[in-house]
Design a protein around this ligand. Sequence first.
Ligand SMILES: C[S@@+](CC[C@H](N)C(=O)[O-])C[C@H]1O[C@@H](n2cnc3c(N)ncnc32)[C@H](O)[C@@H]1O
Length: 327
Amino acid sequence: MAKEYHSKDFEWEELRKQIENDPSLSYHLQQPIDYSEPSQSQQDSSAAWNTFHTTHSTAKFFKERRYLFKEFPDLSSSSVFLEVGCGNGSTALPILRTLETATVYACDCSIQALDSSIHNIRRASNRKPPLESRFHPFHCDFSTNAFPPWLACNYCKQTSLTPQHHIPDVCCNAPTDLNSFLKDGKCCIGGVDVVTLIFTLSAVPFNKMPAAISECFSVLKPGGLLLFRDYGLYDMTMLRFEPDQKMGYREYKRSEGTRSYFFSLDSARNLFKGAGFIECPDSLLVALISCLLSQLELDYCCIKSVNRRNGKAMRRVWVHGKFQKPV
Ligand SMILES: C[S@@+](CC[C@H](N)C(=O)[O-])C[C@H]1O[C@@H](n2cnc3c(N)ncnc32)[C@H](O)[C@@H]1O
């Protein structure tokens, strides 16, 4: 099982050479000159994801990400999570099931996805208190909107959630629009320990990614982690896109209107570092300590599998990353 995940069935560099020397695939490498198609509005994008979730709402399509704790062992030592783009609950469920005291806040731009996640978590809940009592889904398109102030209010963002700031005992006066689960006059929940971005960022237009990642950064506590997993450059699904599905450099649109970007290690590193995250600290000593303590990472995960229907070998590439908000 361990071999199946975060492993290297093949070398990414070998795959890269092969793809970049294949003339039939050259359109994937071209930098776009002008993508004159009008850019998709966020409303269209949410509608496309609603259609996707309506089509794939049956139990058959629900796959709990059982590998999550193997891939990201740090999950075990955290208790407040924000799962961004929660879909049908594939990532939220294993967290709730494994960590009995964890609270998972989860957003999605698709109402249909939120409905499916609630349904799946309720269905899996066979204990008391039920898993859904620790699951708080909410509607948010994080590429165009800030997360709601009850998650992290402006005052906390500028004080306790800012690295190197003294954490006040009472953070601020309670605003009027508090969600019902905020108790004891608190202004907000005070940010989260971990943000999970699992196969969600690729759905955001590339030019909106920096703002979307900064939004995740702003609600994390200092020292908090962002766990990232998404499509990697030259993944089999990228190579299947036709030239007319190309929306930008390494960006494509599926027939139902959802889009996908394919990350290289450099593009992921630049985006997360640009928002203020650390992947690996600069000083050797700090690097050593933090690698020992928290093993910050960024790597390709290259898995070979065989299509059961036609027996063809498939080379899957994902990018796996762990980034930290400085303390
Ligand atoms: C491939 S699913 C991944 C779901 C989940 N994270 C998982 O581990 O299975 C991507 C999800 O991101 C959501 N999504 C796409 N763009 C989004 C955006 N801008 N804001 C919030 N959610 C978004 C989609 O509706 C979809 O549910």
